[in-house]
Design a protein around this ligand. Structure first.
Ligand SMILES: Nc1nc2c(ncn2[C@@H]2O[C@H](COP(=O)(O)OP(=O)(O)OP(=O)(O)O)[C@@H](O)[C@H]2O)c(=O)[nH]1
Ligand SMILES: [Mg+2]
Length: 371
């Protein structure tokens, strides 16, 4: 990528698909090529694991909390302005909320039509977690979201210019082959590529595809906003920040892994499907390093994505949980898991938000691209 005007690259996909991992990979690659990057994270709420994670890697990040890009279109531009003032990025990489769709009509087309002088808008990639996608497309059995959430998931794939089957390191060759065939058949508009954002394989082919795919101008995808709003609102959202203290130093990584397992057990015991549980513990020792744990389905295992080498005696714990469940239930489950933490840990809640996403009300919706 060697843009004459800054590029705007959007990396979408459902909750837990690996967007933030991929954003960090792409940002690193572009920085290594001497390009300046500016990252934009987005969520329905504030106190984001993703922002903490990306900042800990040294990238400039602007966070847009309180709604998706389509509903906060002006905030998206303000975020780009702020990054321009500090970093003057050659490439903006934006991660939309994982429950959001219709981004071509509400973000890409308006950016191209109204701000075409300012940005070169790249085709949109939509990442999938292969285990989740195989269940949604009926290739494998396992715990599943309900029909309206699946509607939103499928709509994300329908509008993709590039579908990226991520986490290929974690699934068999045979599942990957069947999944690619099913995606190509059901979503013929998209190019389908495979990669592992975690291990770094397949990224060149994907980034080349971004560079060599022409932006589309076709009619916007049909979308039933009532169904979309209902599907999104079936997901409970919880963000909280706590202060942890202990008289004796403790292993932050093991503490987060145990806490994630305990929250999973309480949520899955009631038959609710987790979309993404992610947590960071910042010991605030001045090094900027974090312990980070994620869990992307109710029958999955917590993944220690970043670890703290030394034992700590406290720090700031952020928990972001998205699951198909009542937000009040999620609050109780998280509070119970925190109370059940052993090892003489004391936790003080500093901030807690829980809600269902509000109906999406895009600022712009364009039925076709610039001609
Ligand atoms: N095995 C494997 N795990 C991956 C890969 N990419 C991401 N993950 C893991 O998937 C989990 C979710 O990754 P994120 O990058 O946070 O996913 P996301 O799409 O940004 O999630 P949300 O922001 O909540 O929508 C983490 O445990 C990652 O370590 C991959 O290529 N392989
Ligand atoms: Mg993310």
């Amino acid at each position: 990528m060697s843009p004459s005007k800054p590029r705007y690259v959007m990396i979408g996909g459902f909750l837990g698909a690996g967007k933030t991992t991929a954003v960090a990979r792409l940002a690193r690659r572009l920085s290594d090529q001497g390009l300046r990057v500016g990252l934009i994270s987005n969520d329905q709420s504030s106190g984001l694991v993703d922002t903490a994670l990306l900042r800990s890697k040294g990238f400039p990040v602007e966070e847009i909390p309180g709604g998706c890009f389509c509903c906060r279109f002006n905030s998206l531009l303000e975020a780009a302005d702020k990054l321009d003032r500090t970093t003057r990025p050659d490439v903006f990489i934006a991660e939309p909320v994982g429950s959001c769709t219709d981004l071509i009509a509400t973000v890409s087309y308006p950016l191209r039509r109204i701000y075409g002088e300012r940005f070169e808008v790249a085709p949109m990639s939509v990442l999938v977690d292969p285990t989740r996608a195989a269940r949604i497309l009926g290739l494998e059995k396992g715990p599943q979201f309900s029909e309206k959430v699946v509607y939103v998931y499928r709509k994300q794939l329908e509008e993709a210019n590039i579908i990226v089957v991520n986490k290929c390191d974690a699934v068999s060759e045979s599942l990957r082959t069947r999944l690619v065939a099913a995606l190509e058949k059901e979503f013929p508009k998209a190019r389908v590529v495979c990669c592992s954002a975690k291990e770094g394989s397949g990224l060149d082919a994907w980034f080349d595809t971004i560079d060599h795919t022409l932006p589309e101008n076709g009619p916007a995808m049909e979308l039933n906003y009532d169904l979309y709003a209902e599907g999104e609102a079936l997901l409970g959202w919880l963000n909280c920040t706590l202060r942890l203290e202990s008289d004796a130093p403790f292993d932050a990584n093991q503490t987060l892994l145990r806490l994630a397992g305990d929250i999973r057990d309480r949520v899955s015991a009631k038959g609710h499907e987790i979309a993404h549980l992610k947590m960071t513990l910042d010991s605030e020792d001045g090094t900027g390093s974090l312990s980070v744990v994620s869990l992307v389905r109710s029958d999955g295992d917590p993944d220690l994505r970043e670890s703290l080498l030394d034992r700590v005696d406290g720090g700031s714990l952020i928990i972001n949980l998205r699951a198909e469940a009542d937000p009040e239930f999620l609050k109780i489950a998280v509070e119970e898991s925190i109370s059940a933490m052993s090892g003489g840990l004391r936790a003080k809640m500093e901030h807690l938000d829980r809600f269902r996403p509000a109906r999406p009300r895009p600022i712009h919706r364009m039925s076709g691209g610039p001609t």
